[in-house]
Design a protein around this ligand. Structure first.
Ligand code: SF4
Ligand code: FES
Length: 316
């Protein structure tokens, strides 16, 4: 990240340090507590419980340019200001899905979010009142929440604004901006997220087996190609009010992965896959809120795909 001018950005980071597990908890805790838990008794339920620990909001003001990503800023903070700040990333360009967080309350990826798009003047950010409710100051003119002038230009000494960062909602936080996405990955794993197909043997000129070929027409590919772009980032799950409620719903990401193979003409287990999601916590739990559609970084219309797979399961 270059520091060619004097513009700055302030990041308000919701930080969290878990309390070390006590010995009896590490061994599984009280069996009476487990039986009476409102979260159920499964390992997924245990994983969803919010761990206890120290929580606070820390502000960092650093030099930044409007075109920098928020990941650039966090890396600069980690290298030069506060090495204890914890966040997760890998590819840096929207392909791995490991850096999903809530930016100004909206689930999205750190590496594709620019300062220009997300920085707000402080009054434009939702404020948390004494009772824990979030409000936006209505006295603020929404059109003037960016410090840029009408042409999108910034003064060389401007504050670009404030950005609020929190871990991905709907998942237990592990540390600072890192959320535990195992509940989502476990749900995806349960639905056998790999091709189960009868391949066609391809042979060499000498008649020896060379490889399996899975033959498919372009029209057949088009039915699931977009779905296969899912990177399991969890943004759709962090947006879903039903998924956030606990074990009531296996979640949109797991259904997208099921749908990806159900729509694949090469897969031979479509009926079994539809049986697996035709449950109270499967397609029946989707309330068609469609919040999942708004922020998918891979451009999947998750809500529409949910609708399609619900119809397919009911019609079979
Ligand atoms: S459907 Fe989109 S938002 Fe949901 S996990 Fe996949 S890539 Fe992320
Ligand atoms: S770091 Fe890989 S998607 Fe953002």
């Amino acid at each position: 990240m270059a520091e060619a001018n004097n513009t700055t950005v302030t990041l308000k980071v919701h930080r969290f340090t878990p309390r070390p597990e006590r010995a009896e908890r590490a061994r599984g805790g009280s069996p009476f507590a487990r039986k009476s838990s409102p979260f159920g008794s499964g390992s997924d339920s245990a994983a969803r419980r919010r761990p206890r620990g120290k929580q606070w909001v820390q502000e960092y003001t650093i030099p930044a340019r409007p075109e920098d990503t928020i990941l650039d800023c966090l890396l600069a903070i980690k290298r030069t200001v506060d090495p204890t700040l914890a966040f997760r990333y890998s590819c840096g360009h929207g392909m791995c899905g490991s850096d999903a967080v809530a930016i100004n309350g909206t689930p999205t990826l750190l590496c594709t979010a620019s300062i220009r798009d997300w920085a707000k003047q402080p009054g434009a950010l939702p404020q948390v009142d004494d009772e824990g409710f979030r409000h936006i100051d209505n006295g603020q003119d929404e059109s003037s929440d960016s410090p840029a002038d009408a042409d999108g230009a910034y003064e060389a000494t401007d504050s670009l604004g404030v950005i609020e960062l929190a871990p991905l909602p709907g998942f237990p936080p592990q540390r600072d901006l890192i959320a535990d996405i195992d509940p989502m990955l476990n749900q995806i794993r349960k639905l056998t997220p790999y091709l189960e197909a009868d391949g066609v043997l391809a042979t060499t000129a000498e008649g020896k087996v060379n490889a399996f070929e899975y033959l498919q027409h372009p029209e057949q590919l088009a039915k699931y190609e977009t779905l296969s772009n899912c990177i399991a980032c969890g943004v759709c799950e962090g947006s879903c009010p039903v998924f956030a409620g606990g074990d009531a719903f296996i979640g949109p990401a797991a259904l997208i992965w099921a749908s990806r193979f159900i729509n694949d003409s090469r897969d031979t287990k479509a009926m079994e896959r539809m049986d697996a999601i035709d449950t109270a916590d499967g397609v029946a739990a989707c309330q068609s809120v469609r919040a999942c559609s708004r922020h998918c970084p891979r451009g999947i219309d998750v809500g529409e795909e949910m609708w399609q797979i619900v119809a397919k399961v009911r019609e079979r």
